[in-house]
Design a protein around this ligand. Structure first.
Ligand code: SF4
Ligand code: SF4
Ligand code: SF4
Length: 263
């Protein structure tokens, strides 16, 4: 009888331990999943990649783009990287994209997940300089140039020097006799290659590339640049699509209403 109750007790303890291991494992998995979600939100894809959701559907994880990259920029995500397993990505602080003019990674992709069409503008031939892998963002508080120290490392390294990054001259108010040369990134030109991030001299890069959806804001459709004719055309088009029966003139009058603007 005593032996029987000992056996039962042992089983209960064993089950409790199994439960604890399961919960522990679950905790780890859950922790990994949180990490996975946050890291994959910031993943940078090769040139010509479709938008992330479509890219994930299209990519067959063959690794041909990774093999084609002569700079070892691209890696295939592995279990534990926090990025969809087997998909290509790059980390500019380690190895940036060198913007190969012949676009070997994009050209070799068999699935259309990387598409040369995404690198061509106005039906011209594809050009690597049209890449939009992300957008470089400057953290002014840790950028030496914004402190007033001469740096320019990112500016000098940028393959689109003077276009994607320019230097803005500003008087150093603190010393009163020196100038600050402040790097400014131009979002319409920046390719997201990350050469600037790689070149940044501070410990944790003060300029870094973020995916476009993380680096950019979005203006609602009802704001219009009244000085830009094409923007007025855009709102006219949107109003028409939204409700063909509505009076466009009155919609624009409403949006330009002084009382509304001053609210
Ligand atoms: S453009 Fe060149 S360096 Fe950049 S990812 Fe493609 S193959 Fe690699
Ligand atoms: S070549 Fe295309 S399909 Fe293959 S891993 Fe690269 S992106 Fe995915
Ligand atoms: S990511 Fe940096 S180096 Fe590359 S184009 Fe943009 S500003 Fe220049």
């Amino acid at each position: 009888m005593k032996e029987e109750s000992m056996a039962t007790r042992r089983k209960v303890i064993q089950r409790m331990l199994e439960g604890a291991v399961f919960l522990g494992g679950g905790g780890l998995l859950w922790g990994n999943s949180i990490k996975t979600n946050s890291k994959s939100d910031y993943v940078l894809r090769p040139p010509g990649a479709l938008k992330e959701r479509s890219f994930l559907k299209a990519c067959i994880k063959c690794g041909q783009c990774v093999e084609a990259c002569p700079y070892d920029t691209l890696k295939l995500a592995q279990a534990g990287d926090g990025i969809a397993n087997g998909t290509p990505y790059f980390e500019p602080r380690t190895i940036p994209c060198q913007l190969c003019p012949d676009m070997p990674c994009t050209a070799v992709c068999p699935s259309g997940a990387l598409d040369l069409k995404n690198l061509s503008e106005e039906e011209k031939p594809a050009d690597i300089m049209n890449s939009k892998m992300g957008l470089a963002v400057i953290h002014k508080e840790s950028c030496l140039a914004y402190w007033g120290i001469r740096c320019e490392a990112c500016y000098r390294a940028c393959p689109l020097i003077g276009e994607a990054i320019t230097l803005n001259y500003e008087i150093n108010e603190r010393t009163g006799k020196h100038a600050k040369l402040l790097p400014i990134v131009h979002s319409d030109v920046c390719t997201g290659c990350g050469v600037c991030e790689h070149a940044c001299v501070v410990e944790k890069a003060a300029v870094f590339v973020l995916p476009l959806n993380k680096a950019t804001g979005e203006v609602a459709d009802h704001y219009i640049k009244s000085w830009d004719k094409s923007d007025e055309d855009r709102i006219n088009e949107n109003v028409k699509v939204a409700d063909d029966d509505k009076d466009i003139e009155s919609a624009i009058d409403y949006l330009n209403d002084d009382d509304l603007i001053n609210e």
